[in-house]
Design a protein around this ligand. Structure first.
Ligand SMILES: CC(C)(COP(=O)(O)OP(=O)(O)OC[C@H]1O[C@@H](n2cnc3c(N)ncnc32)[C@H](O)[C@@H]1OP(=O)(O)O)[C@@H](O)C(=O)NCCC(=O)NCCS
Length: 158
């Protein structure tokens, strides 16, 4: 496990990542645990994404979406099967947190089914009603918007 983790490189996404990112996100979207992102959206929002690669192969991704002056959301966080439980998800989250801090944003949140993972990364469960910004961006386009069973987690960065 440690050997694999040493080979992990986390970096900003580049044009060549569009297809692997699309495939990864689409796979999770089909399982109902992530919102789909079209290739066009990925191309447009590429600078919001980070990619984890092992031996040059993308095996994980995550993105940071600005929801307001003081709030960003972690979106499209996923690790390929066979690479889970190796610390790669945490590595991506740390990088996204660093980016939020660099932008001087005090709050970072996510909507997730993976509460234990986020708690291990310093997030706490909160009531999702405290994020009206979120509801008026992504949620309006989500088929589950009236029956959302995802859990909101938040980490204060200041
Ligand atoms: C959730 C996910 C991103 C976690 O990434 P990962 O690389 O497997 O997680 P890590 O190896 O960094 O785990 C960090 C810690 O969280 C724990 N953890 C991870 N997933 C967990 C789970 N499902 N249940 C309980 N604990 C979990 C790990 O055991 C580890 O604990 P440790 O530090 O005590 O060893 C990954 O499992 C995934 O891609 N899931 C499917 C997509 C998804 O649900 N994404 C979240 C959308 S918000």
């Amino acid at each position: 496990m440690a050997t694999v983790c040493k080979q992990v490189v986390c970096r900003k996404a580049v044009q060549e990542d569009v297809e692997p990112l699309y495939e990864m996100i689409q796979g999770y979207a089909q399982q109902g645990i992530m919102l789909p992102r079209s290739r066009a959206v990925l191309e447009r929002q590429l600078d919001l994404f980070v990619v984890a690669e092992v031996d040059g192969k993308p095996v994980g991704c995550g993105s940071l979406c600005r929801l307001g002056a003081d709030l960003v959301e972690i979106r499209s966080l996923g690790i390929s099967d066979g690479y889970k439980g190796l610390g790669i998800g945490s590595k991506i989250v740390k990088l996204l947190i660093e980016e939020a801090k660099r932008q001087d944003i005090p709050k970072i949140m996510a909507l997730t089914y993976e509460v234990a993972f986020f708690e291990k990364n310093g997030f706490t469960v909160v009531n999702k009603e405290i994020f009206p910004e979120k509801v008026w961006t992504d949620c309006v386009n989500c088929s589950k918007q009236h029956a959302c069973d995802e859990i909101a987690v938040l980490k204060m960065l200041k």
